[in-house]
Design a protein around this ligand. Structure first.
Ligand code: GLY
Ligand code: MN
Ligand code: MN
Length: 463
């Protein structure tokens, strides 16, 4: 039997209990995707499907009824295909191995789904996540409708299963937290390795490139059993750090410049997401250090604001308050033009230097699912400004943090050359990102296996 089968069974039971009388849920896994001609992208299962099955084969669909019956459609045994692509579980072995009640070949999906849907009241599936699923559901419902003259009942309601699954996934159970701690630890060590390689290569007078550090990250991820990076690693030297979605490329890593690495591994279906910014040669210059310490101070405040009962926006607000004052103090913003720190915040004058949010949910997906609005308070009178768009949001208060939610805390500053900005700060991009599990009293930072204080980074990069 699959490890932790009971955890997946309990999750399926929780879904079943929310489908309502006569409900049925359909959850397909992800399709295989072609990269070019005969090569596919490395396969990655669908997160919702995996959350409910722990099963990683492609071409599979899970069906859950309100009565708690789970049916799996999976790839049939096929000697020839298994010689080429690997062993398949197959429908005969699936019930005992995965703990589902029944299993069929995925080739039988079209024939079986109308039977499963007949006499059901509501069909649930994740909306707008699987290309073509709506059309397939339509086709199955047409088949049911063709039988109404024979007394069949056809579901008359379709509902979005994301609303159920997103809320469940938002709060991580102990099993999930354990995996996320391990993923974070691997990623943290990968960052340490990359920092040390950068300084060592520069000391040896070698031509250091962004891909050298990317290779260190990958090595450490795979060495410890991570299946793949959780997202495209960013290794950005010098001015490249000011490009938020820069990808590890071939840029030269020069003595005297900073390197920003945003990278995390995926382990057993769960992402980690760490950013560190460090001097390529292991020693910060004065202006680099001034900006670095400011970003770190803003992160400290954000961490302090991350606790059960606080709202999701509070760490961001704490960050912005520190950055606004710091930008004035360091002369990146001119008091005589922009006014006080409060004015800087109100008018969003910090925006050219800090244009992203301070965090996001983290889980199976690096930008994980889950509403950023508090569901229990939708419609209650409130008003706030979205920190990024500046739009007024009425009656949708920010999410209240609960123990077990996991989020990133990732303030940054990005200084492009511009008139009025002291030249010593030009082309410096800094982000510091850690992953936090919300607890009753605060949060647990699970990514501190890589140091974050400037002195500690310098110490570990020494020869
Ligand atoms: N690595 C993606 C992010 O930090 O959101
Ligand atoms: Mn992030
Ligand atoms: Mn990141």
């Amino acid at each position: 039997m699959i490890e932790h089968a009971s955890i997946y069974a309990q999750r399926r039971a929780r879904v079943a209990s929310q489908l309502g009388h006569g409900g049925l849920a359909i959850i397909p896994t992800a399709p295989e995707r072609q990269r070019n001609r005969d090569s596919d992208f490395l396969y990655r299962h669908d997160s919702y499907f995996y959350y409910l099955t722990g099963f990683t084969e492609p071409n599979a669909t899970l069906v859950i009824t309100a009565e708690g019956e789970a049916t799996l459609f999976c790839q049939p045994k096929d000697m020839e295909r298994e010689i080429w692509d690997g062993i398949r579980l197959g429908p005969d072995a699936a019930p005992a191995f995965l703990g589902v009640n029944k299993a069929f070949s995925s080739a039988d999906l079209a024939a079986q789904m109308p039977k499963l849907l007949e006499n059901r009241s509501t069909v649930w599936y994740p909306f707008a996540t699987h290309t073509g699923l709506e059309g397939r559901v339509d086709g199955w419902l047409q088949s049911v409708r063709a039988r109404v003259r024979f007394g069949a009942l056809c579901p008359d309601l379709q509902r979005d299963l994301c609303s159920v699954l997103d809320e469940m996934r938002l709060v991580k159970d102990a099993h999930e937290q354990g995996i996320m701690r391990r993923a974070s630890q691997i990623s943290a060590h990968a960052h340490v390795r990359a920092m040390q390689r950068s300084a060592a290569m520069l000391r040896a007078g070698q031509d250091v490139r962004e891909y050298h550090l990317d290779a260190e990250l990958l090595h450490e991820f795979r060495q410890h059993g991570s299946q793949y990076p959780a997202y495209g690693s960013i290794v950005a030297a010098g001015a490249n750090a000011c490009v938020l979605h820069y990808r590890a490329d071939a840029g030269p890593i020069r003595d005297g410049e900073l390197v920003l690495i945003d990278a995390g591994c995926e382990l057993d279906g769960y992402a980690s997401d760490i950013t560190r910014t460090f001097p390529a040669n292991g020693r910060f210059t004065g202006p680099q250090r001034a900006l670095y310490d400011l970003v770190l101070a803003s992160q400290d405040e954000a961490v302090a604001a991350t606790k059960a009962g606080a709202r999701f926006v509070e760490p961001h607000e704490a960050t912005v308050a520190v950055l606004a004052q710091g930008l004035l103090d360091l002369g990146l913003l001119d008091k005589s033009k922009v006014g006080s720190a409060q004015d800087v915040i109100a008018n969003r004058s910090y925006f050219p230097f800090y244009m992203h949010r301070t965090g996001h949910w983290l889980g199976m997906d690096v930008h994980d699912c889950g509403s950023y609005v508090e569901p229990s308070q939708v419609g209650q009178v409130s008003e706030r400004k979205d920190p990024l768009s500046g739009e007024t949001i009425k009656d949708r208060p920010s999410r209240i943090l609960q123990p077990g939610m996991v989020l990133t805390i990732e303030p940054g500053l990005y200084v492009r050359p511009a008139e009025g900005v002291p030249e010593q700060f030009w082309n410096i991009g800094i982000r510091i990102e850690d992953d936090a599990i919300v607890t009753e009293t605060g949060c647990e930072l699970i990514t501190r296996g890589v140091p974050v204080k400037a002195d500690e980074i310098e110490a570990l990069m020494k020869g």
